[in-house]
Design a protein around this ligand. Structure first.
Ligand SMILES: C[S@@+](CC[C@H](N)C(=O)[O-])C[C@H]1O[C@@H](n2cnc3c(N)ncnc32)[C@H](O)[C@@H]1O
Length: 294
């Protein structure tokens, strides 16, 4: 079953923001505060923030909307994404594994739903730590088991019917799900906490469900871009429309989590201890030319 998404395919996913926007549209149906609102709530006001893998800039936008004139910069490997995000703040094309930032120069780094795409995740985590000031905070988002299970089930049945393949339910989780993320972050940071941020969304618009499925790479069903993939998508769309003929909503589960990782604050500089007194030999002879007193 196709599950390995190559880096050239990841770049193809993000040359322009349309596919990411299709996925973001679906998560607007989640009940409760949005993920960007939850993340930004964890950013101390006045912090200097770098959003690494900023995509089309929804987090930069959310930070700006909160007010307080925050100092933010977005980085993305895709020029199309960096350009799209630049309407919400300054951005640059850069790779998470080699950030164009000085050591200890920011208070908060955001790395939201992007580290699973990075070739060397451990290297990227060390970069995040390098650029954080003492006491700084990394906010990382990823997903746990069961994420989009309902969509994967639709796609699996379509792929089995059309192409004789299927969908690995963990295709998007193998490299960096919540458990792996916690373990990897603990290697680099001192204090790691996991905040659940998922839920269920009752989507009322079939086009939003179908567009989400179309945003996936064809490799998830083990085929190439072309007639077979078109046919799988057609079959999956038919299933979604049949569902909506019976029900006003299609429920999709998110198992998103936010991981909070801290760099320890600089330890207080200890007062310089007084130099120990030189031991004086009891019967030290007076240096030549001096007259002993007392
Ligand atoms: C799923 S999108 C998430 C975007 C944004 N953080 C959000 O949550 O809305 C992943 C983003 O990471 C970017 N990306 C992938 N690999 C990267 C890397 N090595 N360095 C920087 N950005 C990368 C992609 O171009 C894409 O914009």
């Amino acid at each position: 079953m196709g599950a390995i998404v190559k880096h050239s395919q990841i770049d193809a996913q993000y040359t322009d923001p349309a596919k990411l926007a299709a996925r973001q549209s679906l998560w607007q149906y989640l009940s409760g505060p949005s993920l960007p609102a939850r993340v930004v709530d964890l950013v101390p006001p006045g912090a200097t923030v770098a959003d690494v893998g900023c995509g089309n800039g929804v987090y930069l936008d959310q930070l700006r909307r909160r007010g307080g004139n925050p100092t933010v910069v977005g980085f993305d490997r895709s020029a199309g994404m960096a350009r799209a995000a630049s309407r919400h703040g300054p951005t640059a094309v850069a790779d998470a594994q080699a950030l164009p930032l000085r050591d200890r120069s920011v208070d908060v780094v955001l790395c939201l739903h992007m580290l699973y795409h990075v070739a060397d995740i451990a290297l990227a985590l060390r970069e995040l730590r390098r650029v954080l000031r003492p006491g700084g905070l990394a906010l990382i988002a990823t997903n746990g088991a069961g994420h989009t299970a309902e969509l994967k089930a639709v796609m699996h049945d379509a792929a089995r019917w059309v192409a004789g393949t299927g969908v690995d339910p963990d295709w998007d989780l193998r490299r960096f799900d919540t458990d792996t993320a916690r373990a990897m972050l603990s290697e680099v940071f001192d204090d790691v906490a996991v905040v659940p941020a998922g839920g269920a969304g009752a989507v009322t618009d079939p086009a939003i469900v179908i567009d989400y499925l179309k945003s996936w790479p064809p490799s998830v069903v083990g085929v190439e871009e072309g007639p077979m993939w078109t046919e799988v998508l057609h079959e999956a769309s038919r299933t979604v429309l049949a569902h909506f003929a019976q029900s006003p909503t299609f429920t999709v589960t998110s198992t998103a989590t936010i991981l909070k990782a801290r760099v320890p604050a600089m330890p207080a500089v200890p007062a310089t201890p007084a130099a120990p007194a030189k031991p004086q030999p009891a019967n030290r002879p007076a240096p030549p030319g001096t007259v002993p007193t007392g």
